[in-house]
Write a protein that binds this ligand. Structure first.
Ligand SMILES: [Zn+2]
Length: 246
């Protein structure tokens, strides 16, 4: 199985070699890490070097950053680094309450979408409290290689996006989140991937998350879908490899 979304550059991972070892022992074959600020690139390169071939990189832009200078740095990294996707990028209406800020977020999001399409890279989208708004921006830009990560919007909106070929990565918090469980019920396995969003969205509240915990998301998805864990691994892994061209 593949953890398609983890922030292993986070400074809570002082024990990273052990974290990666536990991930391998838990049966993970690959991890995709995501940075959301250009300043994390140095640490990301160090993380990639710990287990070459086991980890790939996505470069994103935190929706709350809203800095032209930082955006240019992000753009430069997308143009120059060896990456498998652009993300996470998107909208965050949970933190951005003000309309001016939301408009500015949308402008950066649209530019990020065009950048990914120009580079022929897939998009990983953050859409906290902005599920439908983010989908509408993606539709209007004609984006078609899209992974909605930890989607917290309505299942009906998700299903319409899945019909257009968008993917959804189900985080480890699916063990207790009824909204995520509903999402799994309403989407076909063919549209799903698995993620931890480490260090957050832990299956055990209040505890640092890590890729080895992906097994909890796997078990819950298998239970909801009424299929074997092997079947979930097979389909979600294929989806991830195909989407990120791993
Ligand atoms: Zn994330």
């Amino acid at each position: 199985m593949i953890d398609v979304h983890a922030h292993l550059t986070d400074n809570s991972y002082s024990d990273l070699p052990e974290v990666l070892k536990r991930a391998k022992e838990a049966g993970l074959e690959h991890i995709i890490i995501s940075i959301t600020d250009p300043s994390e690139i140095g640490r990301a390169r160090e993380v990639l070097a710990i287990m070459p071939g086991f980890i790939s990189l996505n470069v994103g832009f935190d929706p709350m950053t809203l800095s032209e200078e930082k955006y240019r740095d992000f753009e430069r990294l997308v143009e120059s680094e060896h990456i498998v996707g652009v993300g996470e990028v998107g909208l965050d209406h949970f933190y951005a309450r003000d309309h001016g800020i939301r408009d500015l977020q949308e402008q950066f999001f649209r530019r990020s979408i065009r950048l990914a399409m120009r580079r022929e890279l897939p998009l990983v989208v953050h859409s906290r409290s902005a599920g439908r708004a983010a989908l509408e921006v993606l539709y209007s830009e004609g984006a078609d290689r899209v992974l909605m990560h930890a989607f917290d919007g309505k299942s009906g909106d998700a299903r319409m996006a899945a019909e257009r070929g968008f993917y959804f990565s189900i985080p480890t918090s699916v063990v207790y989140s009824q909204q995520k469980q509903k999402l799994v019920k309403n989407l076909p396995l063919e549209s799903l991937m698995l993620e931890t969003d480490s260090p957050v969205l832990s299956p055990i509240r209040g505890v640092r998350n890590e890729p080895a915990n992906l097994i909890y998301a796997l078990k819950k998805v298998a239970e909801i879908k009424g299929v074997t864990e092997e079947e979930v691994v097979k389909i979600t892994t294929w989806n991830a490899k195909n989407f990120f061209r791993l």
